[in-house]
Design a protein around this ligand. Structure first.
Ligand SMILES: C[S@@+](CC[C@H](N)C(=O)[O-])C[C@H]1O[C@@H](n2cnc3c(N)ncnc32)[C@H](O)[C@@H]1O
Length: 236
C-alpha cells in the first residue's frame, strides 16, 4: 500500500516510521509512506501557507492554494487514491474503518494546522473527513500517524505472526483477553492454571470467556453494536 502524507511538518514522522512494525513493513515493501511538505506548493513569495480568518477571530487558517495544489500534484490522475483529511469534525476512526482503509491501494492523508482548513479546500477536494477522537490536537500529524499505524498492521505480511492482529481488541468485536508471560508466579500472583495446562481447547475456551467478560465489564457498548464485527447477543 502507498500512503502519501501532506503536512507542514514532515520531520515529525521520521521516528514513527523508522521503528518497529512500520519500519519492518516498509523494509518488506508492504508499505510505502511518502511525505510531502505542503509549503513546497505555495505560490506565495514568502512561502506562506496560512492567513488571518475573514470575519476576524483568533489564529490563522490554512490557505486553499497550497493545499489544493499539493493534493492535485501528488494525486495526479490516480483513480485509486483515497483522499482523507484529518479533522476533529470528521467520522471517528475505529477498527472497522482501519479494516476498510487497509483494503485500499493508496491513501492520501492531509494534515491541518492552526485553526484548520479554509472551507473551500473541503468543498473542492471532497475528502473523507476523519477524526481520531473527541479532543483537539495541535495538528493532523499525530492523527495521520494513528491511521498509518492502525492500517499498516492489518496489511498482509506486515506482522510476523498474522494471527496476532486477528486476536486483538475490536477485531472480533470484543476486547482482547488477558495475557501472561513468564514467570509463572510474580509477587504472589500466579498465572491462571489453564494457561499452563497445554490443553488448547480449554485455553481457547478460557480466553473467549475472558474476552467476553472483560468487554461486558469495560465496554458493554461494544456488545450492543454490530459495528466491530457482529452482535454478541448469543453470548449474553
Ligand atoms: C487546532 S486543530 C483545528 C481545530 C478546528 N479549529 C476545530 O475546532 O475543528 C488543527 C488541526 O489539527 C488536526 N486535528 C486536531 N484534532 C484532531 C482530531 N481529533 N482528529 C483529527 N485531526 C485533528 C486537524 O488537521 C486540524 O485542522
Amino acid at each position: 500500500m502507498v500512503i502519501d502524507v501532506l503536512t507542514l511538518f514532515p520531520g515529525m514522522f521520521q521516528g514513527v516510521l523508522s521503528e518497529s512494525i512500520l519500519k519492518i513493513a516498509r523494509e518488506k515493501g508492504v508499505l510505502d509512506v511518502r511525505l510531502h511538505n505542503i509549503r513546497d506548493y505555495t505560490e506565495d513569495k514568502h512561502r506562506k501557507v496560512d492567513d488571518r480568518p475573514y470575519g476576524g477571530g483568533p489564529g490563522m487558517v490554512m490557505s486553499p492554494q497550497p493545499v489544493v495544489d499539493a493534493v492535485e500534484a501528488v494525486r495526479g490522475d490516480d483513480p485509486d487514491a483515497k483522499l482523507i483529511l484529518l479533522t476533529p469534525q470528521g467520522r471517528v476512526f475505529d477498527q472497522k474503518l482501519a479494516r476498510e482503509l487497509a483494503g485500499e491501494k493508496r491513501l492520501i492523508l492531509i494534515c491541518g494546522r492552526y485553526e484548520g482548513f479554509d472551507e473551500r479546500i473541503l468543498l473542492l477536494l471532497k475528502p473523507m473527513e476523519l477524526s481520531v477522537g473527541d479532543y483537539v490536537l495541535s495538528g493532523g500529524e499525530i492523527p495521520a500517524m494513528v491511521v498509518v499505524d492502525a492500517v499498516a498492521r492489518l496489511l498482509p505480511g506486515a506482522l510476523g505472526d498474522p494471527e496476532s492482529a486477528a486476536a486483538e481488541s475490536f477485531q472480533s468485536g470484543l476486547l482482547d483477553f488477558p495475557q501472561y508471560t513468564r514467570p509463572p508466579e510474580f509477587r504472589g500472583l500466579a498465572v491462571p492454571e489453564v494457561l499452563l495446562s497445554g490443553n488448547h481447547a480449554e485455553i481457547d475456551k478460557w480466553r473467549a470467556q475472558q474476552a467476553l467478560e472483560r468487554t461486558r465489564q469495560r465496554r458493554a457498548d461494544l456488545l450492543d453494536e454490530p459495528r466491530n464485527g457482529g452482535s454478541h447477543e448469543q453470548h449474553r
